[in-house]
Design a protein around this ligand. Structure first.
Ligand code: AMP
Length: 189
C-alpha cells in the first residue's frame, strides 16, 4: 500500500468508519472523523458542540465554517504529519477547497479518494439496524432520510471533484467487511 493521505467518501451507512478503522490499524496513521469529533463536542457541551447539535440531530450538515475549523485544527496536529484517513470530511465542495488550501499550506496533497458505493435501500436498512444497536440520536428514520438527501445534494458532487483531480478510486461497498477492505486496499495500491 502506498497512499497514506486518504479520504474515504460515501453516503451515511456505506461503511466509511469501519474501513477507516481497518486502514489506520494497518497504516499507523490517525483516523480523522469530523462526525466523531462533533459528537464528542456535543457530549462535552463545548461552544462548537452547542452550535452543531441541532443540525446533527436533524440529519443536516453542520455549517462549513464550523466543520472546517474543527478539521483544520485536527489536521495541523503533529500525528497527522505522516498521513491520515479522513472519514466524513470534506462533505461539501467548499470544505474540499478548504482542505486543498490547508494541505497546500502544510506542503502535502491528498493522494487518494476512495468512494464507497452502496445503493440507497441497503443504506437505509443498515442505518436502521445501527439505530437499534448504537442508539445514535440521528439514526431515526426522518433524520436518516435527511442525511441521504444532504449527501445527494451536497456531498455527491465531490465524486466528480476528486475524479477531476485524478485521485478517485470507486469501490463496491456491498459484501463482507473483509471483502470491502480488500477492495479498498487494492484501490490504494
Ligand atoms: P457522521 O458520523 O460522519 O455520519 O456525521 C454525523 C453528523 O455530523 C452528520 O450528519 C453531520 O450533521 C455532522 N457532520 C460530520 N461531518 C461533517 C462535515 N464534514 N460537514 C458537515 N457536517 C458534518
Amino acid at each position: 500500500m502506498s497512499a497514506v493521505r486518504i479520504l474515504l467518501l460515501g453516503p451515511p451507512g456505506a461503511g466509511k468508519g469501519t474501513q477507516a478503522q481497518l486502514l489506520v490499524d494497518s497504516l499507523g496513521v490517525p483516523q480523522i472523523s469530523t462526525g466523531d469529533m462533533l459528537r464528542a463536542a456535543v457530549s462535552a457541551e463545548t461552544p462548537v458542540g452547542c452550535e452543531a447539535r441541532s443540525f446533527m440531530d436533524a440529519g443536516k450538515l453542520v455549517p462549513d465554517a464550523v466543520v472546517i475549523r474543527v478539521a483544520e485544527e485536527r489536521l495541523a496536529q503533529e500525528d497527522a504529519r505522516t498521513g491520515f484517513v479522513l472519514d466524513g470530511f470534506p462533505r461539501t465542495v467548499a470544505q474540499a477547497e478548504a482542505l486543498d488550501a490547508l494541505l497546500e499550506r502544510l506542503g502535502c496533497t491528498l493522494e487518494r479518494c476512495v468512494a464507497i458505493q452502496v445503493d440507497v435501500e441497503e443504506l437505509v436498512r443498515r442505518l436502521l439496524k445501527r439505530a437499534e444497536i448504537e442508539g445514535r440520536s440521528d439514526d431515526n428514520e426522518e433524520a436518516i432520510r435527511t442525511r441521504m438527501e444532504e449527501y445527494r445534494e451536497k456531498t455527491s458532487p465531490l465524486v466528480a471533484y476528486y475524479r477531476g483531480k485524478s485521485v478517485l478510486a470507486e469501490v463496491d461497498g456491498i459484501g463482507s467487511v473483509d471483502e470491502i477492505a480488500q477492495r479498498v486496499k487494492e484501490a490504494l495500491a
